[in-house]
Design a protein around this ligand. Structure first.
Ligand code: UDX
Length: 459
């Protein structure tokens, strides 16, 4: 293995999932070498061959080159990593466990190995998302004798689909702990130039993570509730949130109305914080409401499709465009598409679904009678309505004239407000979005191609 000079030139990363692989990619691009410890043999062998278990822009090419240059070594032996490094990042998964508390068993396993194999002076860095208080408990377990291992909390804020970019352009770096020397070493290793660093205690660092994700979820759910009201008063949510977001106290991010938040982080972290609050004496009423609004968005969307199809879904053909929880990833964990598909099938609709990346991950989660296709036009062929569930750029670039020709009825329900209502209506579609006035081309002699916001008769 190539070992750059100096302290922490070589670091250990335990867990080859999203966070571990993105972190490894960041570390090798910043000139360090990485010993990546992956317990799952199948995943480990695939990684050693340069095959990434996730679709994440840029990570595969960086890690494949690092494997060739020996700045990345994949192993199943944590002991080997502990012999070669004095800084170990814990990036194993903390999936939802019983009553919404994160399952920390993978973290506990790593900690017990660290107690027996870690060398003096090794810094243990907690990057997995863990409830506040976890880092302090782990620090107590690693107090020694024979020696103390400093524990530093360094929560991750990367977004799927832009993980590597987010690491190089992080809005802030959060470092939590009580060992200043160890915290400074970690800050040096993970902080890109120019990134503000917050040095705090472990529990506060852990809470910054939960607070940030939960506040994003709150913003999204508020935008969705506002979108419902916009529908009732004839307003358009897109300029509304634009106007709100220009206020720096509010900010534009996280205000896109649509099908709500999904993925492996926001839903899990919001529920975990609500659960943690309940085990103390803090009722997170705001977050419980955000979860309710979020769940209802999928049902409202299904209802909108049913309404556009004259109140009947039974036996109607619906083309579902997008399975991933957001563009840029193949991740379908807690994806809105799964709920929308379940709802539509529940009403007796016939479904064909498309996604540019996530069909492989989605297929095992979907009933066999949902037809999956890699061709969006094949997906739209013979459809009574098309439903946009993930705002992939591919759908913005679709030839909607061709789409209209292959569909049975030109009805488009956009769950991500990603298309231009006027443009789509000009192409003869009846277009319905979230919190936006409906758009419909009026094919009349005196006003060919004119756009009307009035709701047209369903098909
Ligand atoms: C999120 C946090 O952004 C990231 O900082 C943290 O580290 C992990 O969790 P991620 O889950 O990748 O990242 O997705 P994000 O881009 O935040 O989107 C989350 C969900 O909210 C997606 O389903 C997305 O479609 C939805 N969303 C996001 C909206 O509906 N509206 C928005 O304005 C933004």
């Amino acid at each position: 293995m190539r070992r750059p000079p100096g302290q922490d030139g070589c670091v250990g990363v335990v867990g080859g999932g999203y966070v571990g692989l993105a972190l490894a990619a960041y570390l090798v691009t910043s000139g360090r070498s990485v010993l990546l410890v992956e317990a799952d043999a199948e995943r480990r062998h695939a990684l050693s061959r340069g095959e990434m278990p996730i679709y994440e822009a840029g990570v595969d090419s960086v890690l494949s080159r690092a494997l060739r240059e020996a700045s990345l070594v994949v192993t199943g032996d944590l002991g080997l990593a502990l012999d070669a490094t004095r800084m170990v990042f814990i990036t194993v998964g903390t999936p939802p466990g019983a009553d919404d508390l994160p399952d920390l068993s993978a973290v506990a396993l790593v900690v017990s190995e660290l107690r027996t194999h870690a060398k003096p002076g090794t810094v243990v860095v907690l990057k997995s998302t863990v409830p506040p208080g976890t880092g302090r408990r782990i620090a107590e377990q690693l107090q020694g004798p024979p020696f103390r291992l400093p524990v530093v909390s360094c929560p991750e804020f990367l977004r799927e689909g832009s993980a590597l970019r987010d690491m190089h352009t992080a809005a802030r770096q959060v470092i939590g702990g009580d060992d200043r020397e160890a915290m400074a070493r970690v800050a040096t290793v993970v902080t890109a130039p120019g990134t503000p660093v917050i040095m705090t205690d472990t529990a506060s660092a852990e809470l910054i993570k939960y607070g940030s994700n939960s506040f994003l979820a709150l913003k999204i759910s508020f935008a969705n509730e506002l979108a419902r009201f916009a529908d009732e008063v004839g307003a358009d949510i897109v300029p509304v949130v634009q106007g709100m977001g220009l206020d720096p106290r509010i900010g534009p991010e996280g205000l896109r109305a649509g099908l709500g938040f999904g993925g492996c982080c926001l839903p899990k972290d919001v529920r975990a914080l609500v659960g943690a609050g309940g085990r103390h004496s803090t009722a997170f009423g705001t977050l419980e409401a955000a979860l309710q609004v979020n769940a209802a968005q999928r049902a409202l969307f299904t209802e909108e499709i049913r309404r556009e199809l004259g109140g009947r879904l039974n036996g109607r053909r619906v083309a579902v465009l997008g399975l991933a929880f957001k563009p840029g990833t193949d991740d379908v964990r807690e994806a809105p598409s799964l709920d929308v598909i379940r709802n539509l099938l529940g009403h007796g609709a016939e479904l064909t679904a498309h996604d540019p990346c996530a069909i492989g991950k989605a297929a095992p989660l979907l009933p066999p009678h949902v037809r999956l296709t890699a061709d969006p036009y094949d997906c739209l062929s013979g459809a009574d309505a098309a439903a946009i569930v993930t705002e992939w750029p591919e759908y913005l670039r679709l030839d909607w004239d061709r789409a209209r020709q292959v569909m049975r009825h030109p009805v488009l329900v956009d769950g991500r407000n990603c298309l231009d209502p006027g443009e789509i209506a000009r192409r003869g579609f009846r277009y319905r979005a979230v919190g936006r006035p409906p758009a419909q081309a009026v094919c009349s002699a005196d006003r060919p191609g004119a756009i009307t916001a009035a709701r047209a008769a369903p098909v």
